[in-house]
Design a protein around this ligand. Structure first.
Ligand SMILES: *Cc1c(COP(=O)(O)O)cnc(C)c1O
Length: 457
């Protein structure tokens, strides 16, 4: 499989060549040259790791030993059960797909755990090292650190806004004791953290000397890893490959639902992909009006992992909508730079809606009262919008993107009590923490990398 840039300015690359890259050199995103065909009949009975190997094989055809690598990733030890993504039936035709059973209790583990294994293997084959520099407002940073911990060729430098995450989220990162994980709490906002990452990356000599890499949501391997659970959820919720389903997806950067779109392009019978946003409704507005309009800044909400001002993976979908014409994509993004928006009619098979803080609380209460199940605020956004836009007579699968334990304040507000904690997390906030508090100064970040980073072999 070759990968192309959505802006058309990069030579086609193999998977292992784009794995460690972020954006393509022309500023575009890498996309596969075609979508492989699914073999539903052969895939239906497979275990999660075997299904993952089958789905990923055509995308990652230059990774030796992919089957074994995938089997090392999707284990009961890491995800709590052989099912990896358990399907919970609330009532006939209404399901929750449990994507948040991994080490950090959010769906990002499903992609990042695989990325950790892939990075290690590809770096070892090349005799190379990598210093990962990232910024997080919560879920991505902890999932990345847990995926990269104790990997010898990799060090992680994760910037987080000092004092602005929940105690649980902060502890998930700061309580890691691994020598290759470095938490830098920045006296500032998440935007300040992102600006620091950009500043350090803008220093090309420093970036090359220290092999600075990223694990951001535009990495194609993350999207590919997420395609797997759309197939898995479909097989678990249906009896025959003639049935159709709908998925409800709490969305921020358009990474999760893009994977659902790719699964459908591969032949998965998906009647409708239902996109849910919170008050940050860039994507809902797009699917309702055909106008993609980015915002100056995101609003802080009670489903914080969906707080975005633009959707970084959207360009991949737009590339297909534009007939895979890179010149048109370049023109659209030039217009976006200039005016802050562009128009592009959405394709078929999507619906969208918006969920507010009040909707979140009401949905958490409704699901708890009716089904005895506690869902997290992001999942609640998906359930609320999914129920409003489900096609009649088709099973609805709602993606559970985090466990309620991560977002206790909103659960207390909705239900008047603490969410349950999974085993092993009881004393999380009481564990000793390793974090360095720094000023929003790129020099401090560079100093930390020079002191603790892995040097090139
Ligand atoms: C990241 C995240 C989302 C949004 O996913 P995208 O791929 O950015 O659309 C939703 N819910 C939770 C809990 C997340 O961590």
């Amino acid at each position: 499989m070759r990968y192309l840039s959505t802006r058309g300015g990069a030579t086609p690359q193999r998977f292992t060549d784009i794995l460690l890259e972020g954006l393509a050199p022309d500023g575009g995103l890498y996309v596969p040259e075609r979508y492989p065909r699914a073999d539903l009949a052969a895939w239906r009975a497979l275990s999660y790791p075997r299904l993952a190997a089958a789905v990923l094989a055509p995308f990652m055809d230059d990774v030796p030993g992919l089957d074994a690598l995938v089997a090392r990733t999707y284990t009961r030890a890491a995800f709590g059960s052989e099912e990896i993504v358990p399907l919970k039936t609330l009532e006939p035709g209404l399901h929750l797909l449990g994507l948040s059973q991994g080490p950090t209790l959010a769906f990002k583990d499903l992609a990042l755990q695989l990325l950790g294994e892939l990075f290690e293997q590809v770096l070892a084959a090349r005799g190379a090292t990598l210093n990962i520099l990232g910024a997080t407002s919560g879920d991505t940073g902890s999932a990345a650190e847990h995926a990269m911990r104790a990997r010898r060729r990799i060090a992680v430098f994760m910037l987080s806004p000092h004092g602005r995450m929940s105690a649980f989220q902060a502890a998930q990162m700061y309580a890691l004791r691994d020598a290759n994980i470095h938490n830098l709490a920045v006296r500032g906002t998440f935007d300040d953290c992102q600006d620091l990452v950009k500043l350090v990356n803008a220093d090309a000599a420093f970036k090359a000397r220290w092999r600075i890499g990223a694990v951001n949501s535009i990495n194609w391997a993350r999207v590919a890893a997420q395609v797997v659970y759309y197939f898995c959820g479909y097989f678990r919720a249906t009896r025959s490959d003639a049935e159709r389903v709908a998925f409800a997806v709490p969305s921020g950067n358009f990474g999760n639902i893009l994977a659902g779109y790719v699964a459908r392009e591969m032949g998965l019978p998906v009647e409708r992909l239902i996109l849910a946003t919170n008050e940050n409704d860039v994507l809902d507005e797009y699917f309702r009006t055909g106008c993609y309009r980015v915002r100056r800044a995101a609003r802080a909400t009670s489903s914080p992992s969906m707080d975005i001002s633009k959707a970084s993976n959207f360009e991949r979908y737009a590339f297909d909508l534009a007939g895979r014409d890179a010149a048109r994509v370049r023109a659209l993004w030039a217009e976006l730079e200039e005016t802050g928006e562009f128009r592009l009619p959405p394709g078929p098979g999507f619906a969208s809606g918006l969920s507010t803080h009040a909707d979140r609380l009401a949905t958490i209460r409704m699901v708890h009262a009716k089904y005895g199940v506690t869902i997290d605020p992001h999942t609640a956004d998906g359930v609320k919008v999914g129920l409003a836009h489900r096609p009649p007579g088709v099973p609805l699968i709602c993606m559970e993107t985090a466990l309620p334990a991560k977002f206790a304040a909103t659960i207390r507000e909705a239900l008047g009590r603490e969410p349950a904690r999974p085993a092993g997390f009881e004393d999380l906030e009481k564990r000793p923490q390793r974090v360095e508090v720094i000023d929003p100064d790129a020099e401090e970040v560079r100093r930390a990398i020079e002191r603790y980073g892995v040097a090139q072999a």
